[in-house]
Design a protein around this ligand. Structure first.
Ligand code: C2E
Ligand code: MG
Ligand code: MG
Ligand code: MG
Length: 282
């Protein structure tokens, strides 16, 4: 499957490559309706400290069960939602839902935070921070429990204007995290200008550190450099125990990945948190 934005780069017109083709427009109007009717859900994947096994946060990942197509995954509709602008509605929905889901979890886990993924396009709109603040107030959640994840590619798309909105968001007290670091072309020297305190090392960067010497050196150097600049680091998409222990040895702060826990619906997450802390106490 070619990503929709890759299709845009195809020079010759072909309905199949057109993001505005009928089936893609139908998918987008279905998405708007799904968001409106709460047919979309957020699944959550925990982020766990490599120092003390505390659950630092949960990342919200959208799931959509389409009445005819079945499960449609984010990579199949987020890029199209970005192109068509539907992402604005999706992002609003995600913040409201994520904050609403987090609120009751804070009783048992007062330090927990929720991370919401946003797109470059979301930084076009000044009203995002007002919307977030009103969700936080309504659900009595402090901004420090909220993190926005922005991919390094998104950050690079509009370095100037995006930066202003990003700073406005950070001024509300929420945290900013750079997602998928190592998958694009940004550098730490550029990222330094952003109000981010966390960098997530892309799965592609860390997946072969146990078998590939140069990957190991690159990751270790990145961790050291990022630490010197004051960032916390998250290893993304860790699928085996050896990678976890190597990342721990290298000083990586926390991890997410299937080995620890897949993205799961809220009721399962509540149970997972209980089980995780019960195991720690033993
Ligand atoms: P991401 O933010 O980098 O999220 C991590 C992706 O890796 C998720 O895919 C997650 O399910 C997957 N993953 C987690 N652990 C592992 C692992 O151990 N191995 C492997 N192979 N994969 C793992 P998912 O849920 O399909 O989401 C894909 C991307 O779609 C996300 O990447 C994010 O950029 C975007 N996305 C998801 N939900 C939202 C949303 O609500 N809003 C926006 N704007 N983007 C979203
Ligand atoms: Mg993310
Ligand atoms: Mg990522
Ligand atoms: Mg990603």
């Amino acid at each position: 499957e070619i990503a929709p934005h890759a299709r845009l780069e195809v020079g010759l017109y072909s309905p199949e490559y057109d993001i505005y083709s009928e089936s893609r427009l139908t998918l987008m109007s279905d998405l708007k309706e799904a968001l409106h009717q709460n047919q979309t859900q957020l699944y959550y994947q925990p982020k766990v400290s490599l120092i003390d096994d505390e659950v630092i946060g949960i990342e919200a990942l959208i799931r959509w069960h389409h009445p005819e197509r079945g499960w449609v995954y984010p990579n199949d509709f987020i890029p199209l939602a970005e192109e068509t602008g539907v992402i604005t509605q999706l992002t609003r929905w995600a913040f409201e839902q994520g904050i609403r889901d987090l609120a009751p979890l804070l009783k048992d886990h007062p330090k927990l935070g929720v991370s919401i993924n946003i797109s470059a396009r979301d930084l076009d709109a000044d009203e995002l921070s007002d919307l977030i603040c009103s969700s936080l107030t309504r659900h009595k959640v402090n901004a420090e429990h909220l993190t926005i994840e922005l991919t390094e590619t998104a950050v690079m798309q509009d370095p100037k204007n995006g930066l202003i909105i990003l700073k406005k968001l950070a001024d509300t007290g929420l945290h900013v995290s750079i997602d998928d670091f190592g998958s694009g072309y940004s550098s730490l020297s550029y990222l330094k200008q952003l109000p981010a305190k966390e960098i997530k090392l892309d799965r592609s960067l860390i997946m072969d550190i146990c078998s590939n010497e140069s990957s190991r050196i690159i990751v270790e150097t990145t961790i050291n450099m990022a630490h010197s600049l004051g960032y916390k680091l998250v290893g993304e998409g860790v699928e085996d125990e050896q990678t976890i222990s190597l990342l721990k040895q290298m000083g990586c702060d926390s991890i997410q990945g299937y080995w620890l826990c897949r993205p799961i619906p809220l009721p399962e997450l509540t149970q997972w948190l209980q089980d995780h802390y019960a195991t720690l106490e033993k």
